[in-house]
Design a protein around this ligand. Sequence first.
Ligand SMILES: [Zn+2]
Length: 308
Amino acid sequence: MRSLFVLLAGAILAAAQTAIPERRVAITIDDGPVQNELKDLANFQRISAGLMGSLQAEKVPATIFINERQLNVQGQRDGRAAVLVQWLDAGFDLGNHTYSHPSLNKVPLWQFEDNIIKGEVIMRPLVEEHGRKLVWFRYPFLDSGMSAEVHQAVLDFLRERHYRVAPVTVDYKDYIFAGAYSRKLRAGDEEAAGKIKQAYLEYVDAGFASAEKISRDLLGYELPQILLIHCTELNSVALRDSIARMRKRGYHFVTLEEAMNDAAYQRADTFTGPGGSWLEHLGEAMGKPVEDDMESGIPKWITARPPR
Ligand SMILES: [Zn+2]
């Protein structure tokens, strides 16, 4: 009798353990190496080191999408390019996010293609010196063209240059928190900045829960998620805590390439129109529109812009 109880207890325990789903996510960080830091080299280096150090401490892979515009600062070009070498030396992947972050939905095709080429001038030789290949491209604002013709023309252009488009499935609008956080820091209000950081960390779960549900609804399972965050001061201090939240949800960390081996990502993304996540595009293609509206859930005291 007793041994039956032990067996049963063991079975229940095993069931409870498997109830935590094994989830996978690839972290991608846009607007690298550092967003909106075009003056101060020391700040630029500090924020980049905060991001990279967090990933290294957590032993988590990531792909950093670069805007080379951030490197082109008089008198600081070598110092800024050296940061790219640090990311590569540490084993992280770099991707092209265009030179100056134009929206394909707003600029002419030729201008956008020029911006892609200009966006790899420094990075491509560095990547190749490291024995690696420049593979990933991400659309600024996730805007992939307003017409099927433009969309396809850019895809053809990217394919000729051996790029793959990096989709996004989890996007909790970190940049809104990041902007508010930096404004408070600059105003010397560390207490308010701390509150914003806390609210941001709580929003990580909301972002994942939304993508997980949409994935189950559309595909019947949770695909390996692809997270979009940005190279900001906020993430340079909040990334380790964000990763801890993901681990609690059962996430394991994979490279972008590993995530994209999932069958779901093999379908062509033909979506045109304003931005949106890959899951929203999928819903549209399947005739089951879904909305991953993470913007309206952000507390108003954070989204309110200070009067000018
Ligand atoms: Zn961007």
